[in-house]
Design a protein around this ligand. Structure first.
Ligand code: UDX
Length: 403
């Protein structure tokens, strides 16, 4: 980081990090204690991945809070600790607060402040979302802590909502659960639309024009992946189960999300008759475009099922190949450009709609594939263009599109 190089791919981040490092406004340190001593506000932003039962693993929160607590021991003035990580309700007050007090020997509300400030950025759009948030939620232990955090964000022109710490923790889970539910709703409708020869994207456009609903996150596809939606919906379901609350809606969101990649493989099979012995050019391995992140990518269950059905896969992704290779022993052939992945394959399948993949033209599919068949999990192309140019274009949420 101090050389201006982020450890992962995110559009625009490298330039921003380099600029901030050069201007002396950003520096990295492996000495947590020193970093806390030299600042007024500490954000805890460590990961909270899923444990096998779906609940959130809080070990990184515990370890980093211990370091922050030890550092606070040496801090003279008032310091505010802010939990940024996605954590189950109660974690800030029950785990972070008590750990800070234990290791610092100081008292919350007197010597240091405490807030919970959830993060809503999307990967692939992280720089834009961080600089232009829709809202900033500040869960505060007391008014003084909240004032410090609000001041930290003084240059951001967006609604700033102050609330109780547990409400802030839950706002993050509720927001991600609702977004995952919206996508799942569109996915469920995609299977209904296919049976009626109706285009789900047209249906969701008509639905989304209602200002009470809005069109975003109604794009049907082969399911949601990534480091947040699957993890956070699983975590809130596991937590609700522990406290005796039933979650039939969120249970079926998770169930439908497992179903959708399998349904996608059925569509692929329908497009070619049988997958046995077929060579599939697979476009997009990351869980979405503009990221090299492959956590919970739908590419994995889809590719596994393609091999179960006797197919072979030639894969292309602009950035995520290395991360995907680590996730599976399947004999996938990886290519650095889409032309080689498409060459002599029986058909092409799209799993994430990177710009490089969106820019592939109907003539490219016709020139390179054995048969010009494209099965799309994301509605990457304009159907009229593909079909009028002789590509057999199928996908989630439509069937026999008229042109
Ligand atoms: C998400 C939330 O959007 C963000 O607010 C939170 O901070 C972290 O989790 P992220 O996981 O980075 O962000 O990406 P997002 O754009 O939300 O996409 C998640 C998954 O949903 C992807 O697999 C994407 O392909 C899928 N998706 C998204 C759809 O299938 N349809 C849509 O309409 C939108």
């Amino acid at each position: 980081m101090n050389r201006g190089i982020p450890p992962f791919y995110e559009p625009g981040l490298e330039d921003l990090v380099r600029e901030m490092v050069e201007k002396g406004m950003l520096s990295g340190s492996t000495d947590n204690v020193d970093a806390v001593r030299q600042s007024y506000v500490t954000f805890i932003c460590v990961g909270t991945p899923s444990l096998p039962d779906g609940s959130a693993d809080l070990s990184a929160i515990e370890a980093s809070t211990r370091d922050v607590g030890m550092a606070l021991n040496d801090v003279d003035g008032y310091h505010v600790v802010v939990a940024k990580s996605t954590i189950p309700p109660g974690t800030t007050e029950n785990l972070i607060l008590t750990t800070l007090e234990k290791y610092s020997g100081k008292r919350v509300g007197v010597d240091f402040g405490l807030c919970m400030n959830p993060e809503f950025l999307r990967q692939g759009e992280a720089v834009h979302d961080s600089l232009n948030p829709d809202r900033i939620v500040i869960g505060e232990y007391d008014k003084k802590s909240g004032d410090v955090v609000e001041y930290t964000y003084k240059d951001y022109d967006c609604p700033k909502m102050r609330c109780d710490i547990k409400a802030a923790e839950l706002i993050k889970y509720a927001a991600n659960s609702l977004l995952a539910t919206k996508i799942t709703f569109a996915n469920e409708f995609s299977r209904i639309c296919e049976k009626f020869d109706v285009d789900v994207y047209e249906v969701m456009k008509g639905v989304g024009l209602d200002f009470r609903i809005n069109p975003r996150f109604l794009n049907a596809g082969c399911g949601f992946g990534g480091s947040c939606f699957p993890k956070d919906v699983n975590a809130i379901v596991a937590l609700a189960d522990c406290i005796g609350v039933e979650t039939p809606l969120l249970d079926s969101v998770l169930y439908t999300n497992k179903l959708q990649p399998m349904h996608f493989v059925e569509l692929i099979k329908d497009a070619v008759g049988t997958l046995d012995g077929k060579i599939v050019a697979f476009l997009g391995l990351s869980f979405k475009p503009n990221t090299d992140d492959t956590r919970a990518t739908r590419a994995l269950p889809i590719i596994k099922k393609l091999y179960d059905e006797g197919a072979k896969v030639k894969a292309y992704d602009p950035k995520a190949t290395k991360n995907f290779e680590r996730m599976t022993d399947l004999p996938v052939e990886y290519y650095e450009n889409w032309e080689e992945a498409l060459r002599n394959a029986d058909l092409a399948v799209v799993q994430s709609d990177w710009k490089e993949i969106r820019d592939i033209e109907a003539d490219d599919f016709k020139r390179l594939l054995k048969n010009p068949i494209v099965v799309d999990g994301r509605r990457t192309y304009e159907p009229n263009v593909m079909i009028s140019k002789g590509v057999k274009y199928f996908g989630i949420g439509w069937n026999n599109l008229e042109i």
